[in-house]
Write a protein that binds this ligand. Structure first.
Ligand code: NAD
Length: 391
């Protein structure tokens, strides 16, 4: 399955501890609540305690990357050379041709190399504490559940799943096997987006009145055959891949989940690419009190924005979601931050939460919440913009 057809994305490279409600230290020094609208798993089972006992003791936790495509090769594996609490211990791939280079580059022993058939035997490998699923979205559920059954903690890439039922099955499998699940939501670990959380949630400029979030790039420089354009593998089009950042951005600006959505599909201008998934989608998230987030995701446009307007001020991060080159400003001037290697902070934070047997700042419950919202957006778009309430 693991082939060399890695997708040429635009160059995208780019704390905290969890209690049942995660609290992070903000860039301003006051706490930010990151788990709005999520039910946390609460305390974990005795079995989980056993796993944790063996995994803690101060050592770096071993991560196995599942799927050696663009994101693993260009972002996660290099980031794992800089992490403090975890390291790249193993790989799981369907492409035998990739194995020698990965082993050599990252010093991975034969015993820590798996394919998709013998993957389940990773259960017996004490070097691997965490399994990181970096496969096409439609495969997240199967591999997360297999990882949970192997009694390993799991990090799963965004979007968590392509259906609410799958996301729920993933959470259930992790709970039943006493392991923790976290989502690869890297933006919770970098200063520009953390500042947006503060500005919105702490009402630095008064109550938020309006949010705008857009993420788009032109996918049509690549082949129409890529998995991102295949509904079964991707779950949908740019909403699943990019719109998830807009949904996340609006929620962490407000510090609460939306109560309803309305959406409409954009025009299809390139039918040879967009016969299975949408090309462009626009939607509105409605929050308690009537605040609206206007959002857009597209595979033929260019956008990367998270902005907010409040009673006494405004802010804009643009680009907001890309790995590198983020820039932010507020009504008082530029945001004074450097870009960070956010995957390093992300995986270190997740590894620490696993070591401490605590839900991470970006737990599976947050992934499930977001999949429910994505599905409600599609429901509205396919029903001529009907207002869909979120429970
Ligand atoms: P990619 O196409 O570059 O890599 C996908 C990998 O999965 C390849 O190694 C491919 O061989 C393998 N694979 C296994 N079964 C496959 C199948 N049936 N069809 C196609 N490929 C198959 O994709 P990517 O950009 O690395 O994305 C992987 C996951 O990571 C996705 O869920 C994506 O949303 C996520 N991602 C997250 C970020 C982020 O910033 N958090 C960035 C990029 C990708």
């Amino acid at each position: 399955m693991d082939t060399d057809n890695t997708f040429p994305r635009p160059n995208r490279r780019t704390f905290l501890k969890g209690f049942s409600l995660a609290v992070s230290t903000s860039v301003l020094g006051f706490p930010i609540f990151s788990l709005q609208g999520c039910q946390t798993s609460g305390s974990t089972s005795p079995e989980s305690n056993r796993i944790q006992a063996s995994a803690s003791a101060g050592k770096k936790l071993g991560i196995a990357l599942v799927g050696l495509g663009g994101y693993s090769a260009n972002q996660l594996a290099p980031a794992l050379q800089e992490t403090e609490h975890c390291y790249l211990a193993g790989i799981v791939t369907g492409s035998p041709s990739k194995i020698p280079e990965w082993q050599k580059k990252y010093n991975i022993p034969d015993k820590n190399v798996y394919n998709y058939d013998n993957f389940d035997s990773i259960a017996q490998n004490p070097d691997i504490d965490i399994i990181y699923i970096v496969l096409p979205n439609g495969l997240h559920a199967e591999y997360t559940i297999r990882a949970a059954k192997a009694k390993k903690h799991v990090i799963c890439e965004k979007p968590m799943a392509t259906s609410v039922a799958d996301a729920q099955r993933m959470l259930d499998a992790c709970h039943q096997n006493g392991v923790l699940l976290s989502i690869g939501y890297r933006l919770h670990f970098e200063p520009f987006n953390k500042r947006v959380m503060e500005l919105g949630q702490q009402q630095v400029y008064g109550k938020v009145q309006r949010i705008e979030a857009k993420d788009a790039f032109d996918i049509t420089s690549s082949s129409p055959d890529i998995w991102r354009l295949n509904k079964k593998l991707a779950g949908g089009g740019p909403l699943m891949d990019l719109g998830i950042y807009c949904v996340q951005g609006a929620i962490y600006t407000m510090g609460q989940p939306p109560i309803a959505v309305t959406a409409k599909l954009g025009e299809v201008t390139k039918p040879t690419y967009f016969y299975d998934v949408e090309e462009t989608i626009e939607w509105q998230l409605e929050f308690e009190g009537g605040v609206i987030a206007n959002c857009m995701a597209s595979y033929t446009q260019k956008a990367d924005l998270l902005s907010g307007t409040a009673e006494n001020g405004w802010w804009r991060v643009q680009p907001a979601f890309t790995y590198e080159g983020k820039k932010g400003e507020t009504k008082d001037g530029p945001m004074p931050f450097e870009n960070t290697y956010e995957q390093v902070q992300q995986m270190d934070s997740q590894a620490l939460s696993f070591k401490n047997n605590q839900a991470s700042v970006v737990p599976g419950e947050m992934g499930l919440r977001d999949v429910k919202i994505l599905m409600a957006i599609y429901e509205s778009a396919h029903a001529n913009g009907k207002r869909v309430e979120l429970s």
